[in-house]
Design a protein around this ligand. Sequence first.
Ligand code: SR1
Ligand code: MG
Length: 412
Amino acid sequence: MTDFTQLTADTVAAYLASRRALAAVIDADRIASVREVGDGNLNLVFIVEDAGGASVVLKQSLPHVRTDPSWPMTRERSAREATVLGEHQRADAEHVPALYDFDHEHYVLAIENLSDHRVWRNELNAGRVHEYAADAIGAYVARTAFATSPLGLDPLEHKALVARAVNPELAQITEDLVFTEPYIDHPHNAVLPANEPDVAALRADRALRREMGLAKFRFMTTAQSLIHGDLHTGSVFVRPAGGFEKATDAPASVRAFDSEFGFVGPTGFDLGALWANLILAAARAEALGEPDRAELVLSLPGRLWGAFEREYRALWPERLDPRVWGDEVLEHLLAGIRDDAAVFAAAKAIRRIVGFAKASDIETLPPAEREGAARGVLQAGRSLALTRHGIADVEALAAESLATLRATGTPR
Ligand code: SR1
Ligand code: MG
C-alpha cells in the first residue's frame, strides 16, 4: 500500500485513485501531468490534470514550516482551512475556490484549479493593478463576516463554530510575528543596515507600542466572525474580464485562497491585511518612479472599505435579532471594524518590513530603492496606527500613507 503521508509527484495518481470523493472530479487512471507548485512558507501544492482536460489542486500540509524544517507546525491547520473554505463557500461561493474533498488522515485538501487566474501580488509587482479585486474582496469580507457572526448565525451555531474553528497554533504565529517580534530583538528580524535607525525609532515610540499591544489583545480576544486570517495580496487570485492569455468571454474573477490561519476573530483583521499589502505595493511603485500607479494602488483601500460597507449594510436587514440590534448598532459596528482594520493594517505593514515572512514587493527592489521603500512603509504604518483615531475616512488615511511614502522614499 502506497504511503501518502507526504505526497510526491509519483504518488499523486495512486492517491487520487484512493479518494472516492474525487472520482467525478478527475480520472485517476488517465493522469496526464502532475506539477508541484507550492511557493509559500508552509505547504505542498500539486496541480494535477487528466487526459480529458479535467484538473484539481491537492494541497498537503507539512509538519513543519516549508522554508524552515526545524520549525514544527501542526498539520491540523488543514482541517481548519477546510472549515473556513466550507463556511466561506456557503456565504460567498463566488469569491473562494471550490473545496471538493478533505482527507483528514493525510491532511490533503482537494480544491478547484484556478490556473487561469494569477496571484494578485505578482500582478501588482509587474505593474498590473486589477482595481476590481478590491471591490470583490470587500464584498467577500462583508458576506463571510455577516454569515459567520451572530448577525447571520444562530447563537448556538456561532459558538459551535468558534469551537470548531479554534486555531491556537496558527493564531500564535500571528500574535508573535505580527504583533510582538517587530517590537523586540528577535532572531526572526532582519532589515537593511540603513533601516536599523528606522526600526529603533519605531521601537522607541511608546504610543505605537501601546497601539500594537491593544491591537494584539483585540486579535486574541475578539470572536466576531470566521476570518480568512492571512488575507494578503499573495492569498488572492485575480482574472480580468476576458481572461489573461487567449481572449475568452470569461467574466472577471477574484478568489481568496489559503485560509489556514482562519478562526473566529476580529472582522477588521482581513480588511487590514489587504490594506497593509496595498501600502507595500504602493511603496514599490513609488520606489520604481511610478507615482501615478502608487496613487492608483492607494485608492484601493477606500474601494475595499466602500465595497465592504455597502455589502454589510445591504445584508443588515437580514440580521437574525433586530430586537436590540437597531440601526445605531450597525453604525457602531462599522466604526469599530474600520478602526480595527486601520490598526491591523499598520501592524501587518510593519511586520513585512521588520520580521519573518517578508514581501516580494519590497524584497525584489534593488537595495538603494528598498531602503527608502522600507522606511516609507514603516512610517506609513506608524502614522496609520496613531492618526486613525482622528480620521475615520479610509480614503483620507490612504492619502496620508501616500504622502508619507512620497516624503520618505529614496530620492531618484
Ligand atoms: C511561519 S508562517 C509565516 C507567515 O506566512 C504566512 O503567510 C503568515 O502571514 C505567517 O505569518
Ligand atoms: Mg499562506
